[in-house]
Write a protein that binds this ligand. Structure first.
Ligand code: MD3
Ligand code: FE
Length: 215
């Protein structure tokens, strides 16, 4: 099968949240078995960690990375690094199915030629949340960011270009992909505390994959 057929997404439900922000509901569902099968080895090689913030707090979201670069946080600040801070080991390679999915989602939302070199893997157990922030540690802000939600649903907070803009609330479910580019690239966003629940494939957790061009 060609990549075109593998990632044929004509059926995916699309919603433009704002100019440059496209929600592709169910985009990852045809690949869920392959995506989920790749996770245990990635996490065995680069275990989830609650990283400290520059302010010294512990993030409620546990994180890992795959790809050439990984997003890390510590007392020094936020940055992309080619090795995991505790082990000093390079991040595991980005699985081909991850990359193809991200590239296809970006292209489908109007950003052809996306070249992700970093995939942040966020794990939310019930109660975990992410405060409103911008993603601006990437060198090339012309490249979009693609995110894929798996497991328990979560309310995504989607704000504007100013921290004070009241965010819209959007329920993200297993298999949904989001593409952020152009005028939406620097929008504030976050995740409300994840509610307790059981997902048939992932149990009591939400996993979010976020693909970036870091360098
Ligand atoms: C809007 N993750 O890792 S994904 C992050 O669900 C992050 O784990 C959230 O925000 C999560 O930085 C949200 C959706 C998302 C990702 C990147 C964006 C929305 C974005 C970049 C710019 C604007
Ligand atoms: Fe973010």
């Amino acid at each position: 099968m060609s990549n075109l057929e593998l990632f044929d997404d004509e059926w995916a439900r699309r919603e433009q949240l704002a100019p440059g922000a496209m929600l592709l509901r169910g985009f990852a569902l045809p690949h869920e078995v392959e995506l989920l099968a790749a996770l245990p080895e990635l996490i065995a090689r680069a275990p989830f960690r609650h990283m400290p913030t520059p302010g010294g707090r512990r993030m409620s979201v546990a994180m890992s990375n795959c790809g050439r670069y990984g997003w890390v946080s510590d007392r020094q600040g936020y940055r992309y690094a080619s090795a995991a801070p505790l082990s000093g080991q390079p991040w595991p390679a980005m699985p081909a199915v991850f990359r193809r999915l991200a590239v296809a989602a970006a292209a489908s939302a109007g950003f052809p030629g996306f070249e992700p070199d970093a995939c942040l893997i966020n794990r939310y157990l019930p109660g975990a949340r992410m405060g409103l922030h911008q993603d601006k540690d990437e060198r090339d802000l012309a490249a979009p960011i693609v995110s894929v939600s798996l497991g328990l649903p979560a309310v995504f907070l989607f704000g504007g270009l100013r921290r004070g803009d009241r965010p819209a609330r959007i329920l993200l479910e297993h298999g949904d992909a989001l593409v952020w580019g152009g005028p939406a690239r620097l929008c504030y966003h976050g995740v409300a505390p994840v509610k307790k629940g059981q997902h048939p494939r992932l149990g009591e957790q939400r996993i979010n994959l976020t693909f970036r061009k870091a360098r």
